[in-house]
Design a protein around this ligand. Structure first.
Ligand SMILES: [Zn+2]
Length: 204
């Protein structure tokens, strides 16, 4: 019961962070640097909350505490780091150039999380490593939540096929709130009800 309540609070917070973050981005639109800081901070917070929800729901895996913390920190930073491709494509550290690029930078291709999600099946069959899938699904969370936030303005880019229409605002908020649960379900479907406690006992 406590788990459901915490999950619900984190999920509602995630929606709230998006709305507040978008408001602050809009409020600071006259200043490119302030706008970029608000936008990236919102991506970071959404990644953090998504990771917290996923780890909380992954209780059955009995992940070691250090790994749980590492996964949360990795997802949070990955959510923020994705925007670095603007600078790489612009070949400049200047924000004005990074935001003025004329195409979608490569880390913003929705094809990346899609391929990772599909790859989880053969990778699990080959390596039989639930741990690998846990890390992969958390990386997907960073990509998918970041792309979903950006999709309200620019749609999803499925390179090399094209770009969808922008995502309606309410659909974006709902997607952000349900993505962690859907991803956990996907990982659970592939890996099953696995937990590390059993592995440790078996290997001793
Ligand atoms: Zn972005």
């Amino acid at each position: 019961m406590k788990l459901i309540r915490t999950s619900l609070v984190l999920t509602l917070s995630n929606g709230g962070v998006c709305i507040l973050g978008d408001f602050l981005v809009e409020l600071n639109k006259e200043s490119a640097i302030r706008k970029a800081i608000c936008d990236n901070a919102t991506h970071t917070m959404v990644g953090l909350l998504g990771a917290l929800i996923m780890i909380l729901e992954k209780n059955h895996h009995r992940l070691p505490e250090i790994e749980r913390i590492s996964l949360i920190v990795m997802t949070m930073f990955a959510s923020s780091f994705i925007d670095v491709d603007h600078f790489l494509v612009a070949k400049s550290f200047k924000l004005s150039r990074a935001v003025a690029i004329d195409r979608r930078p490569f880390l913003h291709y929705a094809t990346i999380p899609l391929i990772l999600l599909i790859l989880m099946i053969p990778l699990y069959n080959y390596f039989n490593s639930p741990r690998l899938n846990v890390w992969l699904v958390m990386i997907v969370c960073a990509f998918l939540t970041h792309h979903t936030r950006d999709a309200t303005r620019r749609g999803f880019t499925f390179w090399p096929f094209g770009t969808t229409k922008p995502l309606p605002y309410i659909a974006y908020i709902v997607c952000i709130m349900i993505i962690p649960f859907i991803l956990n379900k996907w990982e659970h479907l592939i890996t099953g009800h696995y937990h590390y406690g059993t592995l440790e006992i078996q290997t001793v």
